[in-house]
Ligand binder design. Sequence first.
Ligand SMILES: [Zn+2]
Length: 296
Amino acid sequence: MRWKGRRVSTNVEDRRGGGGVKAGGISIIGLVVAFIAWKFFGVDPQQAYQATQAVTSETTSTAEAPQNLTLEQKEASEFVGTVLADTEDTWTPIFQQLGMTYKPPRLVLFSGVVKSGCGTAQSAMGPFYCPADQKVYIDTSFFKDMRQQMGISGEQNQTELSRQDQAGDFAQAYVIAHEVGHHIQNLLGISGKVQQARAQSSQVEGNQLSVRLELQADCFAGIWANQNQQRTQFLEQGDIAEAMDAAEKIGDDYLQRKATGQVVPDSFTHGTSEQRMQWFELGYTTGDINQCNTFK
Ligand SMILES: [Zn+2]
């Protein structure tokens, strides 16, 4: 996938690096230090915690503008910013056609733990969209895990080292476009309606609604791939196969089979690999938002 040299979105909030990691307003480092102080030095934990808190809160305030990022981390934020800008340039005209104004989401890069409008989140949960603050949250280490654990290799060329770093870049972009898809659903009022319906339905029905919502976000990601290709010719050979590969490997059935050796369809919340590939492809081949009706 070609991505260098295009506009980089200003809607990226980099909360990686620098300062202590805060969980729910309580500094983990502070707690650990307080515990050690209490256990080994007999210091009142409350006092010790307050003391470390004063130190860490100073360092977290500088975390707004991370300085000691590695080259790899900087490139990751540039990549994410470019893909986010691509989604903005895709959805702005589509919303115009619908007679609406597109308000882009902000994207938060974090490492480890992050406080969102939807509560405290850990990177183990994977990327997510929080409707309450309209932000997409991504720990870029997820991309590394995605490549390693799921075996998503993408374009790999042993003779060219720099290309190896980019392995699976389109699959990563697809994940971002999927999360932005949830933002589109939020703006169009779809997720609100689904949430209402879920409140009145059984667990099984609720999961089915959730699957439809996820598949629609996949279809919206397909729309982005279609529109962005027309606008920037960013696709390279193998990219769509790479997204299909990713869609296959993050399907509920695949993950369940891998985790437990069996598949329980009623507990699906994202859809099967087959479904995810189908809906992404429908969005990609048609580029038509009206085709993404997963609720009919
Ligand atoms: Zn999703």
